[in-house]
Structure formats: C-alpha cells, structure tokens
Design a protein around this ligand. Structure first.
Ligand code: FES
Length: 135
C-alpha cells in the first residue's frame, strides 16, 4: 500500500510544546528509527512526556502516529481513515476523522463509525534507545 522506497524521510520539527510534534527519523532499509528521547520535552522547568508523535514520510501522503503505551510498548498507526481515506487528526488518546467523524483509539481500534475497520498498524521493536517501525 505504501510506496516508501529508499528515499530519506523528512524531518519536520514543530514547536516543542505542540501536541503535533513531528519526529526526526532515519530510514534503515524497511525500518524507521525514532529515538525514545523524541517523546520527552521540557515545559518550563518540568520534563514531560508526549503521548504520541507523528512521523511524516516523503513517499506517503499519510503520516504515522506513534503512540507510547509504556517504555516497551508502542503503537504505530497509519493516519488513513478506513472509511473513505481521509487523513486522521490526532486528538490525545484517540484519532478522529475530519470527513465523517469516525474515531479510533490509540491502538487503532474503531470507536465510532462510519468506519468499520481498524487502522493499519505497523509492527514496532524497541531497544534501549530507539523505537523501530517495520514498514
Ligand atoms: S473518510 Fe473518515 S469517516 Fe469517512
């Protein structure tokens, strides 16, 4: 479905306090490596954790939303609505479709129709430093 090729990924960095934070990524064959530290940001004098980060791909019009459930568990969800193909919006712990209102939880399961199929999910592997998304 996705034609990701071997072209480098864009690394778009938005404001650190934004909820829509785009990770810096690296392409390793069929994997994206996202540093765990991308989930950490400083708010004033406090260090906080993002619930999710977005990964934009040069070869796909749809980004991946990477949710953190724990230090070792993540969900990588394609932000492509399974109803009619609109790009989803991340809203904290869930994703919403601006076209007809479908909602999905942070593991890609349908919460509200009209979509009736879960989101495409990519396998993730975690080591001490990175989350690897298998494309
Ligand atoms: S395209 Fe997403 S709800 Fe219709």
């Amino acid at each position: 479905m996705l034609c990701l090729g071997a072209v480098g990924l864009s690394a778009v960095l938005q404001g650190c306090s934004s909820s829509n934070y785009f990770a810096k990524t690296q392409l390793d064959a069929k994997r994206i490596a996202v540093k765990k530290s991308e989930f950490v940001f400083v708010d004033g004098e406090k260090t906080k954790q993002r619930k999710y980060i977005l990964v934009r791909l040069d070869q796909s019009e749809f980004p991946i939303c990477l949710y953190k459930h724990s230090e070792t568990e993540y969900s990588a969800l394609l932000m492509y609505c399974t109803h009619k193909g609109c790009e989803l919006l991340a809203q904290g712990e869930y994703l919403v479709c601006p076209c007809h209102g479908s909602e999905f939880n942070n593991r890609g399961k349908v919460l509200n129709p009209p979509a009736d199929q879960d989101l495409q999910q990519f396998k993730t592997i975690v080591d001490n430093e990175n989350i690897y998304i298998q494309l």
